[in-house]
Design a protein. Structure first.
Length: 432
């Protein structure tokens, strides 16, 4: 038997609550609360299997570098070092018995070679959420598009990192835009009359596309209309895919009071649970945080050419977030790939997408769009038959643009391998 006084790590002490009994300790000989060594050791071995990477968890590139080029990409150890140093059990009185009882698989792998363990971190190429994501995408595209329990379970798992103990969103994942802070929206104008129409009906023309005209977009499918805008005027010009010679009309928007948005650009600020290698779910939480960052890039990626299904996965994620967090936030913030992620996009949930325009009384006679300082009007707008108005057009903020050039930015490489190299490999080789 092992007593609770001979066990130091807190995750191991918790085992005594479920498995403890009164007896004498084999190691200190004191009489008290003890558990069987088998229970303690099996728990530790299970955490080795769950939280420590082995050869089968590595990519082909990592294996070739480790065993071909002899490059140490991350810490490598055998089981005694894993238990003594990585798990910090080297000074435990039961350590020798723990090492002598390890399963055979921890000493020799299936090929009869010495089993090696690898220190997992955010540089490892194989993320355990990538395959489930691929299955999720395939499922919503080709299997169960509208009622998909597996998709819901997968998204619950992914976004659990953003949920606090009270089931609300963590504060670091929320961005607030207050009245007087601007967002921007743009429209193409093919003629003078179209530009004039936009100018004289800003709420209608800059508002969300009518449902019967709404086409498939990054976050919304046909027939569902949401308000897409940006935090920078230049970004909204890029996002409408204008080309040289186009005429564009843009305006500033501001919340009636405030908007709360789920900020997908700030996910690196959301810390995973404070777990150790001896806790259940340690590696799962690490991979979830890493994958969540890559998911933002997947959701921001432009639609593939001639692939009408490529937006389905992001539309499902948007709908999930709308239903899961719609009472806490009004929409999402995500990076703009059209600007090389230097700009920021906003998409409001349909319930928050109603737009209004109320000119200030003293400006009634002014022509909308004149070069006057933008005026923020504080109004209280609601309608018992529609969702409350949360966003208004800022008076005096309309601007007119003629696109004179489109700048293309690209990285140049000398080898074909470079262009297809993963971001993780590029980061590891310091090629950024």
């Amino acid at each position: 038997m092992i007593c609770i006084e001979c066990v130091t790590p807190e995750p191991l002490k918790k085992l005594f609550g479920a498995h403890g009994q009164e007896a004498s300790c084999k190691y200190c000989h004191h009489h008290g609360k003890v558990i069987e060594p088998r229970i303690l050791f099996e728990y530790i071995y299970a955490r080795v299997r769950e939280n420590i990477a082995r050869k089968e968890d590595l990519s082909d590139y990592e294996l070739s570098m480790l065993y071909g080029a002899r490059v140490e990409l991350f810490p490598i150890a055998e089981i005694d070092i894993v238990l003594s140093e990585w798990f910090d059990l080297g000074n435990e009185p039961y350590f020798d018995d723990l090492c002598s009882s390890v399963p055979d698989e921890f000493n020799l792998d299936d090929a009869g070679d010495t089993t090696h363990f690898y220190g997992d971190d955010d540089a490892m190429e194989v993320n355990r959420y990538e395959r489930p994501w691929d299955q999720f995408v395939e499922g919503v595209q080709y299997t169960h598009r509208f009622f998909n329990a597996k998709a819901g379970e997968f998204l619950d798992s992914i976004f659990s990192l953003l949920v606090a103990d009270n089931e609300g969103l963590k504060s670091e994942a929320i961005r607030t835009i207050a009245n007087g802070e601007f967002m921007y929206r743009a429209r193409l104008a093919k003629s003078f009359s179209e530009a004039e129409k936009i100018t004289h009906d800003p709420a209608g023309q800059f508002g969300p596309t009518p449902r019967f005209l709404a086409s498939s977009q990054r976050m919304t499918p046909n027939g569902i209309s949401a308000l897409y805008c940006a935090l920078e005027r230049e970004t909204c010009l890029s996002e409408i895919r204008s080309i040289t010679g186009d005429h564009v009309v843009s305006t500033a928007l501001t919340p009636v009071a405030e908007l709360k948005l789920l900020d997908l650009t700030a996910l690196d600020k959301v810390e995973p649970p404070d777990l150790s290698l001896l806790d259940v779910g340690f590696r799962e939480a690490l991979h979830r945080k890493i994958f969540l960052g890559s998911l933002v890039k997947k959701m921001s990626r432009p639609k593939a050419r001639n692939d009408e299904l490529s937006y389905l996965s992001t539309q499902v994620v948007f709908e999930y977030l709308r239903l899961r967090f719609g009472k806490q936030v009004d929409g999402l913030v995500f990076p703009s790939v059209q600007t090389g992620e230097t700009g920021t996009n906003v998409v409001l949930f349909p319930e928050a997408s109603r737009l209004a325009y109320v000119p200030p009384p003293e400006a009634d006679a002014e022509r909308l769009g004149d070069e006057v300082p933008p005026v923020v009007v504080e109004v209280e707008l609601d309608n018992p038959f529609k969702p409350p108005t949360k966003v208004i057009v800022v008076h005096g903020s309309i601007r007119y643009h003629k696109v004179t050039a489109i700048e293309t930015k690209a990285r140049e490489y000398h080898h074909i391998y470079d262009i297809f190299m993963s971001d993780e490999t590029r980061k590891r080789l310091n090629l950024d």
